[in-house]
Design a protein around this ligand. Structure first.
Ligand code: ZN
Length: 188
């Protein structure tokens, strides 16, 4: 692999470079929902939620939002992220990456248990991720998921969010609103 060109210091350029990298790496991936949306839709939604969660732009955190699933879902490594986008972005992504050696259920248990240990910025990322996932289940539930399974996902996401010690207030309010759909959505 050729060495990547050094990344600009301009926030917009840095964010767009992360968006392009994520789009390329997730190009073959679709969301699990019936509508099969391109996976990048999820990443842009998460980054946009993070950008709107504060009046001051945390460029690195928005970039991490775009890149948060690269290590878990694609061939990208931690080192590559650090080399291209810097250590701050790479370690934020590491904080929200599940251990791939563990089975799915164990990972879910750990996400609840470990929520308390995450840095406040990683907690913001986690919260944005869960909002996007719940919205996706509401808008376009995975075909193979029973109502029970969808509801279980909602309950699990809430357990993770309840474990966060410093949830961003704007995103927490948004999460609570989406979670409340549990009681009034035809898809749940
Ligand atoms: Zn995600």
């Amino acid at each position: 692999m050729s060495n990547p060109t050094p990344i600009s210091s301009e926030p917009a350029q840095r964010i767009l470079a992360a968006a392009q990298f994520a789009a390329e790496k997730h190009a073959q991936q679709k969301r699990k929902g019936a509508a099969q949306e391109p996976y990048i839709n999820h990443l842009i939604e998460v980054a946009n939620l993070i950008a709107g969660s504060s009046d001051t732009l945390d460029t690195e955190l928005v970039m991490a939002g775009l890149l948060h699933d690269t290590v878990e879902d694609t061939s990208v490594t931690q080192e590559e992220l650090a080399q291209r986008f810097g250590n701050d972005v790479a370690s934020l992504v590491a904080e929200v990456t599940d251990d791939p050696s563990l089975p799915k259920e164990a990972r879910k248990v750990l996400q609840v248990k470990d929520a308390v240990k995450k840095s406040p910025r990683a907690q913001t990322l986690k919260l944005a991720d869960k909002i996007s996932n719940l919205r996706a289940i509401l808008a376009s539930p995975p075909v193979a998921w029973s109502l029970e399974r969808r509801r279980q996902y909602f309950h699990w996401a809430k357990q993770v969010v309840d474990g966060l010690t410093a949830p961003n207030p704007r995103l927490k309010a948004e999460f609570d609103m989406v979670y409340a759909s549990l009681n009034n959505s035809a898809n749940l």
